[in-house]
Design a protein around this ligand. Structure first.
Ligand code: GTP
Ligand code: MG
Length: 360
């Protein structure tokens, strides 16, 4: 009846406004300080100088959260070494040599992993007065696809910084606090959660909050050489200044409404059994990608285990970013989406209490 919906409407809107404000305040507290970012940039420069004593033609670039605008305080640093000369050492040799050098010349704890699938050097620095929580850093080599997917996520963040960054950063904190952000233990990487958010904003929300940067018409003709990297098409519309003049979202929902809807969608509506979330192409089918996880799909328990949650990498189309999620992992993650959805659906009196409970 009329009188009920009238009474409920303002309360609901007040709740959304309160919750949105709480989300902004919550996230701002967790951003890295200017000092932290300066220290990290100095570390990158120092490491680059040292690497150049081995490979003079090299550059050390940051990727991942330090470079895409989704960084929280004390998040680790992902660095990628690019070598521009034709003749260069193998990644394995470089990792071994760099490991020795850093051990000799710096105070970092150094752990070279020259024989890993992707050879890296892991570094960490103990806490000190200027750096109360220390630093953790991975250096990889020639990972140009990671640099490009970092740039793609950064462009998405720039289109609607307030809504996109608030949602992503909140979900990163939430997934860490709820312990569902450990790919090594069968749950999902931060990268995977960011892709779920973008997929939701591009393909689920109607009208969409974000355009599909990989499907926009290019400004000028592009050739295969310009756009392909290691056999993968990495083209996307990256002129965000221009995009702002040409495209704007019809979607005016607040961050709170989007968050509530995000949880509801992944608790209830996403087709985990048959669907693949692709930010490039929308909802795809596991069967068309050959990513089934039903019993008939193969003899290996392992391969079924790998496709419980399917998230297509934006460029490496044959790569499932959710491959690390196990049967238990997906059960736990979905359970967490349901829990979050339930807490927010109750619209508790005070939004700040709801947030605290969400992340408890
Ligand atoms: P935090 O470290 O939790 O702050 O998050 P992050 O944004 O740095 O994400 P994460 O450490 O999960 O990934 C860092 C970067 O590595 C991503 O931005 C990607 O570029 C790359 N990356 C991570 N996981 C994958 C993966 O499974 N496939 C590919 N292709 N790249 C990945
Ligand atoms: Mg990282």
């Amino acid at each position: 009846p009329e009188h009920i919906s009238h009474r409920r409407l303002p309360t609901r809107h007040r709740f959304y406004a309160d919750l949105s404000q709480c989300l902004f305040d919550f996230v701002i507290e967790l951003l890295p300080t200017g000092e932290e970012m300066a220290v990290k940039e100095n570390v990158r420069k120092l490491l680059e100088r040292l690497i150049r004593t081995i490979e003079p033609e090299s550059r050390l670039l940051s990727f991942g959260s330090t470079a895409n605008g989704f960084s929280l305080r004390n998040s680790d640093m992902d660095l990628c070494c690019l070598i521009d000369s034709e003749e260069r050492l193998s990644a394995t040799d470089l990792v071994t040599m760099l490991g020795d050098l850093l051990e000799r010349e710096t105070k970092f704890h150094v752990k070279p992993l020259p024989h890993a699938r992707i050879p890296i050097v892991k570094l960490s620095l103990d806490p000190s007065p200027g750096l109360p929580l220390g630093i953790a850093c991975d250096i990889g080599f020639e990972n140009r696809l990671a640099l490009e997917n970092t740039r793609l996520l950064m462009c998405y963040a720039m289109i609607d910084p307030t809504r996109v960054r608030t949602l992503v950063l909140f979900l990163k904190v939430w997934s860490k606090r709820r312990k569902i952000n450990s790919p090594y233990k069968g749950t999902l990487s931060s990268y995977g959660y960011v892709l779920l958010v973008i997929y939701f904003l591009v393909h689920v929300k109607n009208p969409p909050v974000l355009p599909n940067l990989q499907q926009m018409p290019p400004l000028r003709p592009i050739t295969k050489e310009d756009t392909h990297l290691a056999g993968y098409n990495t083209w996307f519309f990256d002129d965000i200044e221009l995009l702002r003049t040409r495209w704007h979202s019809e979607n005016t929902e607040s961050v709170a409404e989007l968050l509530i809807d995000f949880f509801r969608y992944y608790a209830r509506d996403f087709s985990y059994n048959t669907g693949v979330a692709s930010i490039r192409a929308g909802l795809l089918k596991k069967s068309t990608k050959g990513w089934q996880n039903d019993l008939s799909s193969g003899r290996y328990n392992d391969s079924r285990e790998r496709n419980r949650l399917c998230i297509e990498d934006p460029f490496e189309l044959d790569f499932n970013v959710g491959r690390c999620v196990t049967k238990d992992g997906i059960y736990t993650i979905r359970g967490e989406f349901m829990r979050a959805s339930r807490i927010l659906a109750n619209r508790p009196e005070r939004a700040v209490v709801a947030l605290a409970e969400l992340c408890m």
